[in-house]
Design a protein around this ligand. Structure first.
Ligand code: ADP
Length: 389
């Protein structure tokens, strides 16, 4: 169908796109698909996933179950993902049946495994922290310390990552096959989201900076453009582009980078999908990351990634430390009162401590002014749980 559309140049509501994963990323993809009159169908293990009531067809199923993925995807025009922990073999079967699969199963197989990912970087001259692949915790000390140990498979949002400062931390080591890498003296954590379509055309969003809370050691906010020099921004962008080009990647790739204290830029890891570090693009850029992703899925021309505001930023809205129950959002009205502030709630049926429940984006003319407004609003934002309802 995508081939037929490309040949005729026409669009139509008959185009069926399947998405593996029905969380907030899928939800924002649906918002973009409305404008393309594309029909989105979703599979997710949870019966009340955020996409549940916004989709043409919802299938409850395990994303890592090859048979379930094939059953869901049969007959679709395209299938894509909003989470990378899905069955690659199921996607391979669908591809063989003629379903357009973006990202490609071979790329997903590399990216799902942090060991293969690091080897890909090393084999293709992409700068990354020195590393070793190990089978069990006996080998954890082989590079010396300090190191960061990462489970090869299954980690997300910092779960599956542990910092080992010296030998006294060995009791914190994972016992599963892992990557160990030299701890980088990080000055800044950066991200560049790149799109590449079937014609090999590429577009990069401006470099985003993740600012960490030094006490909690969690991402505090994300802001673009990053506070780095023009040379550093161009180098980060070139490195991100070289990853998609060397992989011949098709789709949307978020490239997470470190700028170290010596000014060196290294790739940390990549995610083959829309990413938390691109949420501000809905308001701050000519094309959002969600629309750009859809354009790659449908093999359309890519959109301009130009910033339409000098500065864009984003804070997550997470559950209160003791929240449990039906979510009750606090501070949304205060956010709505301000210009250039946009809340996005994910429609999750229950709140849990620190669960990502939504985010708020900020656009403005200067970094200082945007940060000031963000701090003011952030203090008022909270999600409590109502157990009595
Ligand atoms: P996840 O896939 O769970 O997000 P990451 O590989 O991004 O895991 O690691 C999570 C965080 O750990 C990074 O954002 C960074 O702060 C820290 N980290 C990861 N690798 C290193 C490293 N080699 N040196 C120093 N810090 C690191």
């Amino acid at each position: 169908m995508v081939e037929a559309r490309k040949n005729s140049g026409t669009f139509g509501p008959a185009l069926r796109i399947g998405v593996l994963g029905g969380g907030q990323l899928g939800r924002m993809m649906i918002q973009s698909a409305v404008d393309f009159d594309a029909r989105i169908e979703v599979m997710d293990p949870s019966a009340d996933a955020p996409c549940r009531y916004l989709t043409h067809r919802f299938v409850q199923g395990a994303l890592t179950d090859a048979e379930a993925v094939v059953a869901f995807g049969q007959g679709l025009d395209c299938i894509t993902i909003e989470i990378e922990h899905v069955s690659v073999s199921g996607l391979r079967t669908l591809e063989a049946q003629g379903v357009r699969v973006i990202p490609k199963p071979d790329h997903l197989a590399i990216i799902q495994d942090k060991g293969l990912q690091k080897q890909f970087f090393a084999n293709h001259g992409i700068p990354t922290a020195p590393f070793e692949i190990i089978e069990d915790s006996n080998e954890v000390g082989k590079m010396g310390f300090p190191i960061v140990q990462k489970m090869r498979k299954g980690g997300y949002d910092g779960k599956g990552v542990t910092v080992l400062k010296d030998a006294s931390d060995l009791n914190k080591a994972f016992t599963v096959p892992s990557v160990i890498e030299k701890a980088v003296a990080i000055d800044k954590e950066l991200s560049v989201i790149v799109a590449r379509n079937g014609r090999g055309e590429t577009q990069c969003f401006p470099v985003v900076e993740a600012v960490f809370d030094p006490v909690a050691n969690l991402v505090d906010y994300l802001i673009a453009p990053a506070a780095i020099t023009a040379e550093q921004a161009s180098e980060a962008t070139q490195i991100a582009l070289s990853v998609v080009e060397k992989m011949e990647f098709e789709g949307l790739l978020a490239v997470e980078l470190f700028l170290d204290e010596e000014g060196q830029i290294l790739v940390n890891e990549v995610a083959p999908r829309t990413h938390n570090s691109g949420h501000h693009t809905i308001e701050a850029n000519a094309t959002s990351q969600f629309e750009q992703h859809l354009r790659t899925v449908l093999d359309l021309p890519l959109g301009s990634t130009e910033a339409v505001h000098p500065v864009g930023a984003m804070v997550n809205i997470v559950g209160h430390a003791e929240a449990n129950g039906i979510p009750e959002y606090v501070g949304i009205e205060a956010a709505l009162e301000m210009p250039g502030v946009h809340p996005h709630l994910y429609g999750k049926s229950t709140v849990k401590p620190f669960r990502k429940m939504g985010h708020v984006t900020f656009t403005g003319k200067s970094r200082d002014e945007v940060i000031e407004r963000m701090m003011h609003i952030r203090e008022q934002l909270a999600v409590n749980g109502n157990t009595s309802a």
